[in-house]
Design a protein around this ligand. Structure first.
Ligand SMILES: Cc1cc2nc3c(=O)[nH]c(=O)nc-3n(C[C@H](O)[C@H](O)[C@H](O)COP(=O)(O)OP(=O)(O)OC[C@H]3O[C@@H](n4cnc5c(N)ncnc54)[C@H](O)[C@@H]3O)c2cc1C
Length: 309
């Protein structure tokens, strides 16, 4: 397989048995059989066609800021668009950006152009592709709010596009099929007052720093807030779980929904704490929490004993 991939990925990067801990913000995760960062769409399309013809499983990763990868890693090909496919075009309020663009970069480009609508998302790590898949949001704003169109590639390497209304966006979810790869998206933003946008940007950054353990390795919020309007972090705090540790994994003492890797935590340690939190919240408050993070490489049914999918 490696030699055939080498013929397709001539400008990009491909690595065999690559530890995914190098590609997640948690710094956790076993190896991918092959890890590929294609240089351009032609390489990506060629790779998908090769994988499809040879029935090799494909997994897509952005910058791994919302993923827990198992200690045994992921079989087949893992494709990352972080650091590649990163062009941005601005034309008045119309903005077109490729999926590998870092969200923070896109927010700053909009700010510089005096466009309003993205400033609340400053500080959300990750790529545009990951943000769209997760419908990333903060302070009442979601990435889908100003979306016009999304271009995707299916696993056979064929392109197709969705208009905003073709996609159902929910709380940290989108109906874009998990076997499609987002290539680029178009947005429309209104012109705003630059000083006001900058002020909002600063306020959001200050609030984030005050509330979240941003200097430690995490994947942001592990659980979704329950539909009843409660906060998962506050429930975990009320259950007395903040500061609970297993090895180098800890439920943050600052924010109950952030789980920290202090250095050498394994996926197994984080999974233990996740299950402990879900079971405790179920017992104490009769509430079933749901995962916000995406889990990769775990055996089917691994999460079921804690009521998690
Ligand atoms: C400190 C911290 C703070 C955070 N704060 C927030 C917050 O305020 N709000 C919020 O919503 N999130 C937050 N997050 C979570 C995370 O940053 C977002 O979910 C982000 O949008 C994920 O982007 P990513 O590129 O890292 O995606 P990844 O974590 O790599 O992937 C997430 C999912 O998207 C899929 N995916 C990625 N790229 C593509 C693509 N091109 N095509 C198809 N599927 C793709 C993956 O398969 C996976 O299922 C935070 C995380 C951290 C570490």
């Amino acid at each position: 397989m490696d030699q055939q991939i080498a013929k397709i990925i001539t400008g990009g990067e491909y690595l065999v048995d690559e530890p995914l801990s190098r590609h997640t913000t948690w710094g956790i995760g076993g190896p991918a059989d092959v890890f590929v960062r294609p240089a351009n769409r032609r390489e990506l399309t060629g790779l998908l066609q090769f994988a499809s013809e040879n029935q090799i499983p494909v997994t897509v990763l952005g910058s791994g800021s919302n993923c827990l990868v198992s200690d045994t890693g992921v079989r087949g090909i893992v494709i990352s668009l972080a650091g590649t496919l990163k062009s941005i075009h601005l034309d008045n309020g119309d903005v077109r950006a490729e999926a590998g663009v870092m969200l923070g970069h896109l927010v700053r480009r909009c700010l510089q152009a005096g466009l309003t609508g993205m400033e609340n998302l400053i500080g959300v790590p990750g790529t545009l592709g990951g943000a769209l898949m997760m419908n990333a949001g903060a302070f009442g704003e979601e990435i889908s709010s100003h979306l016009v169109k999304v271009l995707v590639l299916n696993l056979e390497g064929e392109e197709k596009s969705y208009l905003r209304d073709d996609i159902q966006f929910g709380y940290r979810s989108s109906s874009i099929p998990p076997d499609e790869i987002i290539l680029e998206a178009e947005f429309h933003f209104e012109a705003g007052s630059r000083p006001e946008i900058l002020e909002r940007y600063k306020q959001v950054s200050i609030q984030r720093r005050a509330r979240q353990p941003l200097r430690q390795r995490s994947a942001g919020s592990v659980f979704k807030n329950p539909a009843s309007g409660l906060s998962a972090g506050k429930l975990i705090d009320q259950a007395g779980l903040k500061g609970t540790r297993r090895g180098d994994a800890e439920i943050s003492t600052q924010h109950g929904n952030f789980f920290i890797n202090h250095g050498t935590a394994m996926a197994d340690d984080i999974a233990f704490l996740i299950k402990l939190a879900a079971r405790t919240i179920k017992q104490q408050f009769d509430l079933q929490l749901e995962l916000e993070i995406r889990t990769l490489g775990f055996e089917p049914g691994f999460w079921e004993d804690a009521g998690l999918a």
